[in-house]
Design a binder for this molecule. Structure first.
Ligand code: ZN
Ligand code: ZN
Length: 388
């Protein structure tokens, strides 16, 4: 089916944030910045900029920067030659003043001139390149730099109803790809060939791009971030398939299933898969409002440890997801942050047996308004046996 058909089926795949939502985010960031003691927040191209103004254009070595000063109107500093790329952004309606600079001008000095004279503590986007960071630091007398990531994350990790709908649409789109796995995955094909077909289907089913396609067959599956190599899949192999990408609305999918091609050659596979499945269910069930991130990790980990495989669960249990595949909150030991309604994250325990195989099951889960966990992926979590 074509991409437009997939978009027709679910408007949330392509829905973008409304102007009202963006105005509210800008206002909340200004308030959060003030609370955090930041005199200004500087945001470069990337997910934070898309979150705040609905758009981002890469500007490479030239400086593009959203400048937020608590109590003042936000300013968007852009290279003059890239101003047309921002035409679709309703800057007036957002209350954002666009300020352009020409090649030959010093954009860092210009940025410094946009700040109040007393501004010293600057919150900088985690992804602002060092080439800009150090020049801004030099251009602002007495500047003290702080990471703005934690402040912006306070907004981004609590999803609105529209954002949850967009994540649910992304989840449904990647479920459709998992459901079609038998079309591509069989013995005699290389991981790389299977991955290429899956990548095409990810786009067909409604994503803007395929961000990652992990096809880990047999021993390759024991490396959690193995991508797809030249190994030829054999009858009896288990295969970890971890796939996802952003929809046109910008929200990401991320879903893992472990398949077996014909009858498993390794007799332990079914046992291990059942342990991971129970661990994943325990993690999802524990993901309630008020529970800490590390308690969700512990819920999954305990099941795997009690089954005797603790040393082979070598990752955290999950990560937040939204405009980026990996964002706050992280479900990891030591993260005592309590979950709240609107938080969305993966629950993806696994067991990785070196030289043999790996098993991972991953769903995206959101904490609903009533505090209970809701899966955004619905494809069967059992060990799906594909025809060899
Ligand atoms: Zn993940
Ligand atoms: Zn994944």
């Amino acid at each position: 089916m074509s991409e437009p058909a997939a978009l027709d089926r679910d408007p949330a795949l392509s829905a973008r944030a409304s102007t009202d939502a963006l105005v509210e985010r800008l206002g909340r960031l200004s308030a959060e910045a003030e609370r955090a003691g930041l005199d200004a927040v500087l945001v470069g191209p990337g997910a934070n900029l898309r979150y705040l103004v609905g758009h981002s254009v890469p500007s490479h070595e030239r400086l593009t920067c959203l400048v937020i000063v608590p109590g003042a109107s936000p300013r968007l500093l852009v290279p003059a030659l890239e101003r047309p790329g921002w035409d679709g952004v309703p800057t007036d309606a957002l209350g954002v003043e666009a300020v352009t600079w020409l090649d030959g001008q010093d954009p860092h000095a210009l940025l410094a001139s946009l700040l109040p004279a007393a501004a010293r503590v600057l919150g900088v986007d985690d992804d602002l390149p060092a080439r800009h960071l150090l020049r801004v630091q030099a251009a602002v007398d007495g500047s003290r730099l702080r990471l703005a990531g934690p402040t912006i994350s306070e907004l981004r990790m609590r999803k609105s109803g529209d954002e949850v709908a967009a994540l649910a649409a992304a989840g449904a789109a990647i479920d459709r790809v998992q459901a079609r796995m038998g079309e591509w995955l069989w013995a005699g094909r290389t991981e790389r060939d299977v991955a290429a077909d899956i990548a095409a289907a990810i786009v067909q089913e409604g994503h803007a791009t395929a961000d990652f396609v992990i096809v880990g067959s047999g021993p390759s599956g024991a490396s959690p971030h193995h991508e797809a190599g030249e190994r030829t899949i054999r009858e009896g192999d288990s295969v970890v398939v971890d796939i996802g990408g952003p929809t046109p609305a910008g929200y990401c999918s991320d879903c893992t299933r472990t398949y077996v091609v014909g009858a498993p050659v390794d007799r332990e596979l079914e046992t291990v898969h059942e342990v991971v499945r129970r661990a994943q269910q325990a993690g999802v069930a524990a993901a309630r409002a008020g529970s800490s991130c590390d308690s969700v990790d512990a819920a999954s980990r305990t099941v795997i440890e009690e089954a005797g495989y603790g040393e082979y669960f070598i990752t955290r249990t999950g990560h937040g997801i939204g405009l980026e595949v990996h964002e706050e909150p992280y479900l990891v030991a030591g993260n005592e942050r309590p979950l709240e309604p609107g938080m969305a994250f993966s629950v993806e325990p696994g067991i990785y047996l070196p030289g043999r195989f790996g098993v991972r099951i991953e769903d995206i889960v959101v904490v609903d308004d009533d505090g209970s966990p809701r899966r955004l992926n619905h494809f069967d979590t059992s060990l799906v046996r594909l025809a060899p």
